[in-house]
Design a protein around this ligand. Structure first.
Ligand code: GTQ
Length: 347
């Protein structure tokens, strides 16, 4: 049944002629599918870690990592409940792994990032190389690589998962398979990738094989040190403070082809100018506290809180202490397609 807003008198034509033949009149929907500017069900939202931590920890009482395969609570955008997405194109969740547990090996066409929120010492293994993760580390699981996670430390570990699940769903290009054993065998020592590719150096005959960075752990100590060193020149961007993007050393592009990742420092008292861009963005607060005005909302945040800014909604950040924010979005996809736009407002 096709309903009409434009020409109710044409209802018999729509329903008796068009509809049975799987045809529909564009003029009834044109301006809802080709809009003047972005408008989606994605809403601004904040998850305060202090309010959700108990619920995350309780997941360990109700299900094992092995039974769950991945014990994750999905950060569901309030405007898109039940659709496992934090923005229109991206998925986010908080994954819990307890001491002694293993999340078994599998692979899928969706790419994943891990951003470590609480705990230290657990590992992710990617195609036979383990990396030990610390708070603030950014770790990549590229598309179609075998990966398992394990916690050999004495504390629970929680990290933010960011995946391109909704994007891959739109493209209808999903594949996944389990590995026959819980762990994929180790074939390279811990630290191998960062030694080979992560110091401004490369093996001399290295040929780029993959659009994803060959460095799969960007440790927080290095990122934080870079920001601290940069702050000495006081070249603050009025909207972003000091903001770095994670890059693939092979090609200077984003570390992951489908997800852009960023880390920024806002010094105590910084009041950013208003800014908007077409890449809806998920933020994870690493250090400090402050507030962000996002559209009509004001979110007060502190360490380990997560918040989301929809596409083309104005954002403005104020830091009450030195603050460090990690963020991710689909910016590289929009840029490669020539779609990305940004707009800076007044300070
Ligand atoms: O760790 O492989 O949050 O496959 C969702 C799907 C994590 C993972 C998620 C996944 C993973």
């Amino acid at each position: 049944m096709i309903t009409s807003n434009v020409r109710p008198d044409l209802a018999p034509y729509y329903n008796e002629d068009c509809d049975p033949k799987h045809l529909a009149p564009l003029w009834e929907v044109l301006h809802t599918i080709v809009r003047k500017s972005p408008s989606s069900d994605c809403q601004p939202h904040i998850w305060h870690y202090g309010e959700i931590r108990d619920t995350i920890m309780k997941a360990a009482d109700v299900i094992t990592a092995e039974e769950a395969e991945r014990r994750v609570l999905v950060l569901e955008n309030p405007g898109m409940r039940g659709r496992s997405r934090v923005t229109t194109s991206l998925y986010a969740g908080l994954q819990l792994i307890m001491p002694g547990e293993i999340a078994p090996a599998h692979r899928h066409s969706q790419a994943a990032l891990r951003f470590i929120v609480e705990g230290s010492g657990a590992y992710t293994a990617v195609d036979g190389e383990r990396t030990i993760m610390e708070e603030g580390d950014f770790v990549i699981t590229p598309s179609w690589t075998w990966h398992d996670h394990g916690n050999e430390s004495a504390q629970p570990m929680v990290w933010l998962d960011g995946l391109d699940i909704p994007l891959i769903e739109t493209l209808d290009a999903t594949f996944a398979e389990p590995y026959p054993d819980k762990n994929h065998p180790s074939t390279r020592p811990i630290g191998d990738s960062i030694a080979r590719y992560g110091s401004g150096l490369m093996p001399v005959d290295h040929q780029q094989q993959n659009p994803t960075s060959p460095v799969f752990n960007y440790p927080y100590v290095r990122t934080r040190e870079a920001l601290e060193q940069m702050r000495k020149t006081e070249q603050w961007d009025p909207c972003h403070g000091l903001k770095l993007r994670y890059v693939n050393p092979d090609n200077g592009q984003s570390a992951m082809p489908t997800i852009g990742t960023f880390m920024q420092l806002l010094p105590k008292g910084f009041e950013a100018c208003t800014y908007r861009s077409t890449d809806a963005t998920v933020y994870s607060v690493v250090e400090g506290s402050g507030k962000s005005m996002i559209g009509d909302h004001t979110f007060e945040w502190r360490e380990r809180d997560h918040f989301v800014v929809p596409s083309w909604v104005e954002q403005r950040h104020v830091a009450s202490e030195d603050a460090v924010l990690f963020s991710f979005s689909d910016r590289p996809v929009q840029q490669v397609l020539g779609l990305w736009r940004e707009q800076r407002g007044d300070a």
